[in-house]
Design a binder for this molecule. Structure first.
Ligand SMILES: Cc1ncc(COP(=O)(O)O)c(C=O)c1O
Length: 426
């Protein structure tokens, strides 16, 4: 067996993997056009409207509203659903803080459903967490792997709560022939640099529901109706308007995203096929009826080995990390773990006015803690080739086998030591 690079052996591969190059001539051309127009204000230009139309067309929905970030897009969705202060929103414990911030900013209380083997929210736990105060379920399609949307839709309908999809990591991702973001009442996307399509920072909220659309459009623009006559700001809302610059980039990106997603799906599935049977390794899970689009490739290593595995794999020059966000999101955020919210009020988590008092602490989502402990994330992307993926697979196998051999050796050393001890006793 080849010696691991971390132990001084030769790495599986000497040249680095290719980096992403999401932008090209068309982005340059359109941004230049936007600047030459002498107007970068979205509602006063042409790029923003065109971007929103193109995005809606991609998803075959009637309404799309662009904004400044994925966080903003989720805030737009929650503002559209319009919870009463201290209503509850059930969401995922493995996600970015941008899923949670809008819930709190809209004065609602995040409630966490534990994950199942897919790393996504377990529908049974979602249902168990429903209370009379539940206003919405905010699912997160983690890493590009769809949630069990049949179950989520069924639960949302039976309990008459809104269903919002955080598809920030799952652009153009199919579940049973439908695109994520179009299955619930509202879909939200981040256009941050690392996402399948990007404007550096940016976001989009979509819906097919004509009743929700007017509030969705107003929410990211201060509630401003922009009608002639005296100004009217219909309700409390922030300004999340996208500028013509991001929209120009977004237009070009709408033409590329389908190919990006197709390629990632193909490469990720190839990686899964190529590491089958590697000792102690469980490849990235894929939900039944879904097509994973691998924003990140998250595999499960043998218990207790994620740090060692990621260090050894990095030494083989594979871009990877251990544990993703490290802890359930509620332990990562002072706003939840310590209730540092508005001044010293702890609002809306203060238990006042009939609001639920939740102690966001370790042990609340035990399966999430275990999943993160064993998680190793590998970065794959559309600029990689099949050969790159096969090299990666070889490195993963090498590391899995090398670590297994070390574990076996340690086990047999321990056993022979205890035999020595036993023999001495005899
Ligand atoms: C699942 C998820 N939700 C929300 C966000 C927030 O998006 P943004 O960083 O664009 O605000 C992200 C971004 O990383 C994300 O991955």
């Amino acid at each position: 067996m080849d010696k691991l690079a971390i132990d001084g052996g030769t790495p599986c591969r000497t040249e680095p993997f290719p980096s992403r190059t999401p932008f090209g001539d068309e982005e340059v051309e359109l941004v230049t056009q936007a600047i030459r127009s002498q107007n970068l204000f979205g509602p006063g230009g042409t790029m923003l409207a065109e971007f929103e139309e193109r995005f809606a067309a991609l998803y075959e929905v009637k309404h799309a509203v662009a904004s400044t970030s994925g966080t903003a897009a989720i805030h737009v969705a929650i503002g559209t659903v319009n919870p009463e202060p201290r209503d509850e929103i059930i969401t995922a414990p493995i996600t970015d803080g941008g899923t949670i911030v809008p819930i709190l900013c809209q004065n609602a209380i995040p409630v966490f459903a534990d994950v199942d083997d897919s790393y996504n929210m377990d529908p049974d736990d979602v249902e168990a967490k429903i209370t009379p105060r539940t206003k919405a379920i905010l699912v997160v399609h983690l890493f590009g792997n769809p949630c069990d949307m049949d179950r989520m839709v069924d639960i949302a309908r039976r309990y008459n709560v809104a269903l919002i999809e955080d598809s920030s990591q799952a652009h153009m991702t199919e579940y049973k022939g439908r695109l994520l973001g179009t299955i619930g009442d509202l879909g939200c996307f981040s256009l941050q640099q690392s996402k399948h399509m990007t404007t550096g920072d940016g976001g989009v909220t979509i819906t097919n529901n004509d009743a929700l659309a007017p509030r969705m459009r107003l929410f990211g623009d201060k509630g401003y109706t922009r009608e002639p006559g005296p100004r009217m700001y219909e309700f409390l809302a922030p300004n999340y308007r996208m500028t013509e610059l991001q929209a120009a980039v977004g237009i070009a990106q709408t033409k590329k995203v389908a190919a990006v997603v197709r390629k990632r799906n193909e490469l990720g599935d190839l990686l899964t096929a190529s590491i089958q049977g590697a000792p102690g390794i469980e490849p990235a899970p894929v939900t039944d009826g879904g097509k994973h689009t691998y924003w990140l490739y998250a595999l499960r290593g043998a218990a207790g080995t994620a740090d060692e595995f990621a260090a050894a794999l990095s030494a083989e020059v594979v871009p990877c990390g251990a544990h993703y966000i490290g802890r359930p999101i509620f332990l990562c955020m002072g706003a939840l773990a310590d209730k540092v919210t508005f001044g010293s009020s702890q609002h809306p988590l203060d238990g006042c006015h009939g609001g639920r008092l939740i102690d966001y602490k370790k042990g609340m989502c035990p399966r999430t803690e275990k999943a993160l402990q064993r998680m190793v994330t590998v970065s794959i992307h559309e600029n990689m080739t099949r050969e790159d993926i096969l090299d990666m697979a070889e490195a993963i196998r090498k590391v899995a086998e090398g670590l297994e051999a070390k574990r076996d050796k340690k086990g047999s050393d321990q056993q022979s030591n205890s035999e020595v001890v036993r023999n001495n006793i005899c």
